[in-house]
Design a protein around this ligand. Sequence first.
Ligand code: OMP
Length: 271
Amino acid sequence: MTRAELFSQIQKKSSFLCVGLDADLEKIPSHLKSEPDPIFSFCKAIIEETADYAVAYKPNIAFFEALGPQGWETLQKVTELIPKEIFTIADAKRGDIGNTSKLYAKAFFEKMDFDSVTVAPYMGADSVTPFLEFEDKWVILLALTSNAGSMDFQLIKGENGKPLYQSVLEKSQEWGSAENLMYVVGATRGELIGEVRKVVPDHFFLVPGVGAQGGSLSEVAKYGMNSTCGLLVNSSRGIIYASGEKDFAKAARQEAKKLQEEMAGLLEKYL
Ligand SMILES: O=C(O)c1cc(=O)[nH]c(=O)n1[C@@H]1O[C@H](COP(=O)(O)O)[C@@H](O)[C@H]1O
């Protein structure tokens, strides 16, 4: 999917919501556990009820890998269910020496037809660029993450006086453009999102951390929105586990709708 197509979906739905599919066997409603493929049934119901409000889905690959070989089949079936006009993110956080990254890219972009994959920048240019060689496919590079451990390395200042996340933003401009490279910027980082926006004015950010991790949607929009929105805000647990009962999919729909309505207001305010 191109950036223009993504922006057009955002405008059409008045939404920049990404629904995170972190589907955990331990957490899905118990009545689904007798289904032949409980995680598939769960994700199917969630997608059917939230697709009106979402412009992206982000299956977290760990939750599928943890199921063994069956998990990969489930992942494939789930991605095939997602309507074509909705952006898909393989949240796999990959990255390795060049020839290995090339095969990770093949796995997610060719064997499976994801629009994007999350990639860790730590191993540098040759670990990231193989993912950027696929037409209309995207790298979503970890920059400033939402978790407590992000303080361990990402905020440390280097010899250039800049925090590591800023060096990641600057260096990676040499590898890709706003047409094929996005950045992960956590919603829990508040006004730091504004600092990231100054360095990369045009790029999209994938922003996890609203909902269960407590980040504020209005702060994210205030500091992060650009002229083509530039934001995909993810919520996983806050949507998919809104209810643990038989009404889980309807409850997920309500949560997605609530976020979409807030997003519509923010788009009107800042765009
Ligand atoms: O790359 C990510 O998606 C990601 C980056 C980050 O900095 N923080 C973060 O929480 N995530 C992912 O975003 C999702 C957040 O889930 P909830 O906290 O349940 O909304 C999980 O799938 C995380 O793996």
